[in-house]
Design a protein around this ligand. Sequence first.
Ligand code: C2E
Ligand code: MG
Ligand code: MG
Ligand code: MG
Length: 287
Amino acid sequence: AAKADGRACFRFYNEAMNARSVEQLKLEEDLREAMREGQLELRYQPQVDTTTGRVVSLEALVRWKHPVRGLISPGDFIPVAERTGQIIELGEWVLSEVARHCTFWETLGLDDFRVCVNISPLQFNQPDLVERVRYFLEHSGLRPSRLELELTESAIMTDAKTNIDKLRQLNELGLDLAVDDFGTGYSSLSYLKRFPIRTLKIDQSFVADMSSHDGVAIVDAIIVLAKTLNLRSIAEGIETRDQLRHLAAQHCDLLQGFFFARPLYPEDVPDALRHVYAQDIADALRD
Ligand code: C2E
Ligand code: MG
Ligand code: MG
Ligand code: MG
């Protein structure tokens, strides 16, 4: 009986697997079409300077408006794009779209904020990434100092030794580098020190866990680590006043989360850039 059960189980597993790969295949096909047909869109989420309350940077976040399935979140299609290599084309599209939006905002006199762009591991591992970014900067006219690339901890720490050169070359283009989702992978502290990184981005899972003693301890430790290494710290996923109060009291440099603003349509960015959150931060600190 055990044997028969095992077989049934195996068959079930197989069918589930097939259903999944059919689903994946469809998603891949659809994504190819999405890029052709302009179904991808960018949103921009404000990052607030803790001391001034001003929006000093925006993170570009991609969205997919699927004609049948509705809005698909990047958490569902970025991994697919990463697996199939479509992320390369998608990543180039994101950069060109960011440049297009920045050019428009410049016509409104808005040009003193940074834009942060997520770079996936496969994108980062392209042998000619530096050339591609250099080409992008030259042709888009975007001042390099206005661009920050968010790289994941695992992408840069895997093969850290060979990545040093690439990170230095990127840095020499004049842009900033951030480590995204910091604390979820493993970082070699000696490399962290040698990498030309500007920003540590505390993963939102730690911020979400700040109601626990351990959660707070981890967040505090990352902020101190950033200060020690002379890096900018930013916390993402701030939703509550309690989280804000603690992070501001610990002098986390930048703050990002629904508490301030959700990822915004490009047309709502100008108003967001003019908004100052100094009062919200002061109020949270007073409580
Ligand atoms: P990420 O880079 O860590 O981006 C932060 C995510 O947290 C975003 O999810 C953002 O909408 C969400 N978020 C921000 N504030 C809050 C908050 O207060 N509460 C909660 N619960 N969530 C918050 P999103 O836009 O769904 O993106 C998910 C991930 O997909 C990103 O994580 C990033 O890894 C990836 N991604 C998004 N856009 C791109 C892109 O253009 N290129 C690449 N390679 N990856 C991207
Ligand atoms: Mg990010
Ligand atoms: Mg992140
Ligand atoms: Mg994250």
